[in-house]
Design a protein around this ligand. Structure first.
Ligand SMILES: [Zn+2]
Length: 282
């Protein structure tokens, strides 16, 4: 009898799993520092800083530029893409990783070079995007940063680079390491042109990015609680066979030990950078 027979499909084929979830998903975010539950909208309004404990969440490159610039900005070299020179494959083909990241973020690599106004002053700002393969630096990121620096020199504008990176992009092997020298050389030319560079280090800034431009600012400033270092703490402990002190590789520790010039709360960053440029240039 038809009563006992399932006429069409089974339970598996009914509602797809993503539609079965309750729609409140994504409205709330758990803070990884204080474990408090924060309403996503409040977090966004608060510049992605936890209203309860002031933990600074990661901020995407576009949001960062929105925060720093007065209004619209002009993007440069947006179309530059990696050629995957080594045809690299690990657990996944590098080409697939690139394609997925491009689709997810609507950008071609892990850095945006932008030109706009900050408190009325023309500036060039390169902002890194952690969501794009861990903000890693391959040939495109290095080339875009170098061109951003050259743009600052040509147009006689100061430079900001916002770092947020796991380091060099291993899928491009030694080509990614060559970027360290290229960007550092370009910064040397910026220095000769007597134009200031403020390096803003955000959580995390590690590996080859720390080892090159992130630590070469006329001012090196960081957001509170950011992980900043070259090698990871475990690797260092194993190498030196010593226990590392508490808070090692965090902004505040680095400030105390002279590696940074300031630790600045996100809400004060724009005013801080604007004042610094006024002191350095006017
Ligand atoms: Zn919190």
């Amino acid at each position: 009898m038809a009563w006992f027979k399932r006429e069409k499909g089974s339970f598996d084929q009914t509602t797809p799993p993503e539609e079965r979830r309750v729609r409140t998903e994504g409205l709330w975010v758990k803070c990884e520092a204080c474990r408090g539950i924060v309403f996503r909208k409040n977090l966004e309004e608060n510049l992605h800083v936890c209203p309860k404990c002031q933990h600074h969440f990661k901020m995407g490159a576009r949001k960062r530029l929105e925060m720093l610039f007065d209004g619209r900005w002009t993007e440069h070299d947006a179309g530059m893409t990696s050629t995957d020179p080594l045809k690299f494959v690990d657990t996944k083909a590098y080409a697939t990783r690139l394609k997925d990241a491009r689709k997810k973020l609507g950008m071609n690599d892990a850095l945006i070079t932008a030109e706009g106004r900050l408190d009325g002053r023309g500036v060039v700002c390169c902002a890194m995007e952690f969501g794009f393969i861990g903000g890693s630096m391959g040939a495109v990121v290095g080339e875009k940063a170098a061109r951003g620096i050259e743009l600052a020199i040509e147009t006689r504008q100061p430079l900001i680079i916002v770092s947020c990176s796991g380091g060099a992009r291993m899928m491009e092997g030694t080509i990614s390491l060559m970027q360290l020298a290229k960007v550092a050389a370009a910064l040397g030319r910026l220095d000769e042109a007597r134009l200031p560079f403020i390096s803003l280090l955000t959580d995390p800034t590690t590996g080859g990015v720390t080892a090159s431009f992130a630590m070469l600012g006329d001012l090196n400033i960081a957001e509170p609680g950011a992980l900043i270092g070259f090698a990871g703490p475990r690797v260092i402990e194993q190498t030196i066979r010593q226990k590392l002190p508490d808070g090692f590789q965090r902004s505040e520790f680095l400030l105390e030990h002279g590696f940074l010039d300031a630790v600045v709360h996100r809400k004060d960053l724009k005013a801080y950078i604007s004042n610094a440029f006024a002191l350095l240039m006017d």
